[in-house]
Design a protein. Structure first.
Length: 475
């Protein structure tokens, strides 16, 4: 008992260290992403004509999304060492390009260099998203880590923004931060945790991710009206009238952390409906005047809703990516969908529509989102959400039957205990390991031995094999 208690304490300490490490990694990367975008946007105001400021903003979104997609595609077609080489080249390219931005004053060259730098940032973003998705798979703190990372990035960005406007210092810090992210990406302090055991036949195919992509696209419509208004104001007057990086932005991080904590309750069951409820107040941003006494109210509502949307969309894809054949590709698809949908929606000139028309369209979208969420199973709050992959229905076993099964296949007592946990609950592998006070690596060894002795390949296969044995015994 003493050993079990000590081992459980060690496992708990390991979990805390892992959470802190991943918050650090994600927080620094999001800080890099945010400050890089701020730097490009603010520097562009002094160099680019008004129309080019708007165009470069949307080009930057696409450049980052393209970088994320390229990382996923490279991981599919290249070996691991080749993928690492691409990331090293991206780090070097980002550093050189950001330095070039300091001296550049030409319109075309500024657009080209800034978008190339953000493309390199996107390359690393795809790797970071995949890294986070894999390491947080089957943990009970994915949402907390994500929300904490968002909040930490925003706090750091606000402190840094009010601390200095020196472009040389900004670029130096960005390059240093990029190198820190690069270093953390090559550190693997939890190699003892193997890849999750999944049923390959039950993995989601990319086509079935259409509903999450559609939900992300529809949710983004809520923000396009207010976002376009602010963007046009920045293009015309710089950041004098609307400073989108003012203190209300902190509410986005707080909102992200709140939804992230909700996400760790009952396997993210309450995230969709919580997000939708937090986004509905965004309807009034199309009615209230943007300036004057409503300035901070509008911006606060905007950022609270945006924080909820960002976490919901990222959680959907981080939670699903490890169950596909293309984890690296799909882990960053949330960020890609947000960026691409914003660019596509900008083509409809929504900011020029009448306020009542915008509100009417958003109300119809609420109904449509509810329908899509219902088809996706997001509104079934009665039971725990079924996540595609290794889902095992609860099965009752009797001691006598289990002993007969054990004797038939020559299982050890520990293997028998593992088998019973696997086929009588829907607990994740991490939860099973924690309950048995063993590491994931030791659990993996027992599972591999079970597969070899029973001639099965998956957790579901174990259940089917046991049920067949049970039926034969009952004849």
């Amino acid at each position: 008992m003493h050993w079990n208690g000590a081992h459980q304490n060690m496992q708990e300490n390991l979990r805390k260290q892992k959470a802190v490490f991943l918050i650090l990694l994600f927080g620094i990367y999001m800080f890099e992403y945010t400050v890089s975008c701020v730097f490009v946007q603010k520097r562009g105001v002094s160099i680019l004509p008004d129309i080019w400021i708007v165009r470069n903003y949307y080009a930057a979104l696409l450049s980052t999304a393209a970088g994320i997609m390229c990382t996923g595609l490279c991981r599919i077609s290249c070996k691991k060492k080749a993928g690492q080489g691409i990331l090293i080249a991206a780090a070097a390219g980002y550093s050189v390009l950001m330095l070039l931005l300091l001296a550049n004053r030409g319109i075309v060259s500024f657009v080209a260099i800034s978008n190339a730098a953000l493309f390199c940032l996107g390359l690393y973003g795809g790797a970071v998203y995949a890294h986070m998705s894999k390491l947080l798979y089957h943990t009970d703190f994915m949402g907390k880590v994500m929300g904490s990372g968002f909040l930490a990035a925003i706090v750091l960005q606000m402190i840094f923004q009010h601390g200095t406007d020196n472009p040389v210092l900004v670029v130096s810090l960005l390059i240093a931060g990029f190198m820190i992210v690069a270093g953390l990406m090559f550190v693997e302090p939890w190699q003892e945790e193997p890849e999750p055991v999944c049923d390959n036949t039950a993995k989601r195919r990319p086509l079935s991710l259409g509903r999450p992509i559609l939900i992300a696209f529809l949710l983004n419509f809520f923000f396009i009206y207010y976002n376009e208004k602010m963007l046009r104001s920045i293009a015309n007057r710089g950041f004098e009238e609307y400073d989108v990086y003012d203190w209300p932005r902190l509410l986005m991080g707080i909102s992200a952390l709140f939804v992230g904590c909700i996400g760790d309750i009952r396997k993210r069951k309450y995230v969709p409906i919580t997000t939708l409820c937090m986004m509905i107040p965004a309807l009034i941003t199309a009615i209230l005047p943007m300036g004057g006494q409503y300035y901070y109210l509008n911006m606060s509502i905007f950022y609270i809703s945006l924080g909820a949307e960002l976490v919901y969309i990222h959680l959907m894809f981080w939670d699903t990516a490890p169950r596909t054949n293309r984890t690296t590709l799909w882990a960053g698809m949330g960020r890609v969908t947000i960026s691409v949908s914003e660019v596509l929606l900008s083509g409809f000139a929504i900011s020029e529509m009448a306020d009542t028309a915008v509100v009417g369209a958003e109300l119809m979208l609420v109904v449509l989102i509810l329908i899509v969420m219902a088809f996706n199973g997001d509104l079934d709050l009665a039971g725990i959400r079924e996540i595609p992959g290794e889902i095992v229905p609860e099965t009752q076993t009797s001691p006598g039957t289990m002993e007969e099964y054990r004797g038939n296949y020559g299982l050890t007592p520990r293997e028998t205990e593992v088998l019973q946990k696997l086929i009588t609950s829907e607990d994740s592998l991490q939860e099973v390991a924690d309950e048995m006070a063993i590491s994931r690596r030791v659990l993996q060894k027992h599972i591999t031995s079970l597969y070899e002795k029973t001639g099965t390949k998956t957790r579901i296969g174990l259940l089917q094999n046991y049920m067949m044995f049970l039926s034969e015994e009952n004849k």
